[in-house]
Write a protein that binds this ligand. Structure first.
Ligand code: PLP
Length: 431
């Protein structure tokens, strides 16, 4: 009798999607912060705990559950595209032009991240190109990477993406024979993540003009991400790109109730033209048959009650005070360091820091080590740069004033200044 030696079988072998799924760089930063509560995290883009709308949602859910018929409806499956009442409410709140049409082209998703992922998945093949501000929202860069698409950085200034640079990038790609691969331009016009820039009215019109110039030569979708639009602390709201005449057949707009209400609700939305709308609803039908109906009914209740505006007023006040605390600390501790620069954001959750040339702020750099050592966390700016196009600035960092109370913001900035002084400009490895 012969004995056959069998190699142990693996318990599970993943398919290619499972194998290629990479973790978000931010996840490890968040776990670092959670694992060590003494560390002051100026990194994770969480919202302010104290201003979460506990009472408001308590009232709305109380009302909902006091009405058994409405409660049963909310506890039942909804539709793939999401609650009609909420879609209408969103469309009338955020679109001055043709709100009903926007409601019909709207899909409610589990956070706007799901909308951005679904839209990109349905739009892009591996090797397709999306033009993004440089720097841009790093989670979106990860979505593109995951799909095998290419993100190409377009230069920015204090008003976000520079129209001439967009024109230049399109010309460059046309000369290289790659225009057909350019499928979208991704923009966060208000209080961008990470650079906190806001596009002026003029800038918005110029970007639309560049797209118009290329309209007959390329099929480029404009993807507008409005995640922070309502977190304005000062100045007047600037009209959305759609209201400024962006071609509705080539424009996608997304938004979320994560920043203006509560991220735990996971209610996001997006408006998209055909054929993307049908493709996305089909994909969403395969994935989840619709996002949580109950949460959508709660958000609809908040919108219909008029509570959101009152809540926003308090939110803006609270964030303005925290922004002021962070900027005051930056003025005190960081401004005296030669080569440090930052702008004062008019809204959003972030302050974008440019550090002295050669300061190694990346995850393998000296500043990162020193900051961890001293007990302060930031998001290394280099995560936010597309792999192609504009240069990656390793001497940059994103700070958020969303989470920490004012005294911790001040202490965090003091520690960061110490870390910058200690790390100097040593050992900045290439990303
Ligand atoms: C620019 C931007 N877009 C979209 C999102 C996604 O947010 P959510 O999925 O919570 O709606 C975020 C989250 O931080 C963001 O910063």
């Amino acid at each position: 009798m012969s004995t056959v030696m069998r190699r142990p079988q693996p318990l599970i072998t993943l398919g290619h999607r499972g194998r290629s799924a990479s973790s978000q760089p931010i996840s490890s930063l968040m776990s670092l912060a959670l694992a060590n509560p003494a560390t002051i995290s100026l990194a994770a883009g969480f919202v302010d705990n104290a201003t979460l709308p506990v009472e408001e949602l308590g009232t709305i859910s109380g009302e909902l559950f006091a009405d058994p018929r409405a409660a049963r409806e909310a506890l039942q499956y909804g539709t793939v595209v999401g609650d009609e009442d909420l879609r209408r409410g969103i469309a009338h709140r955020y679109f001055a032009v043709q709100p009903e049409r926007h409601a019909e082209r709207m899909i409610l998703t589990a956070g706007s991240n799901q909308f951005l992922q679904l839209a990109s998945e349905c739009l892009l093949d591996p090797g397709d190109i999306v033009l993004c501000a440089s720097p841009t929202y790093f989670v979106y860069l990860n979505i593109l990477r995951d799909l095998g698409a290419r993100a190409r950085g377009v230069g920015t200034d204090a008003e976000g993406m520079i129209p001439d640079e967009l024109e230049g990038a399109l010309r460059h790609l046309a000369t290289a024979g790659e225009l057909a691969r350019v499928k979208a331009v991704y923009l966060v016009p208000d209080f961008d993540n990470p650079a906190a820039t806001t596009m002026s009215l003029e800038r918005r019109k110029q970007i639309l003009q560049v797209l118009e110039n290329w309209r007959d030569r390329a099929t480029i979708l404009l993807i507008v991400d409005n995640a922070y639009r309502e977190l304005r602390f000062e100045g007047e709201d600037i009209p959305s790109l759609s209201d400024l005449g962006a071609d509705p057949e080539r424009t996608v707009e997304s938004g979320t109730f994560s920043k203006n209400l509560a991220p735990g609700l996971r209610v996001g939305w997006g408006v998209t033209p055909e054929p993307l709308y049908t493709a996305m609803t089909r994909r969403k039908g395969i994935i989840d048959f619709g996002s949580p109906h109950l949460n959508q009914r709660l958000v609809a209740g908040i919108l219909n009650s008029g509570m959101l505006d009152e809540h926003l007023r308090r939110l803006r006040e609270a964030y303005r005070a925290k922004r002021d605390a962070m900027i005051a600390a930056c003025d005190e501790y960081l401004r005296p360091i030669a080569g440090v620069a930052y702008d004062v954001p008019a809204g959003g959750l972030y302050v974008w820091l440019t550090l002295p040339e050669g300061c190694a702020a990346g995850p393998d750099g000296e500043l990162w080590k020193q900051a961890l050592d001293k007990g302060v966390l930031y998001v290394p700016g280099q995560y936010c740069y597309p792999e192609e196009g504009d240069r990656v600035a390793t001497n940059t960092a994103r700070l958020t004033f969303g989470v920490q109370p004012p005294e911790r913001l001040r202490e965090g900035i003091r520690l960061l200044a110490e870390a910058i002084r200690t790390s100097g400009t040593r050992g900045n490895p290439e990303p």
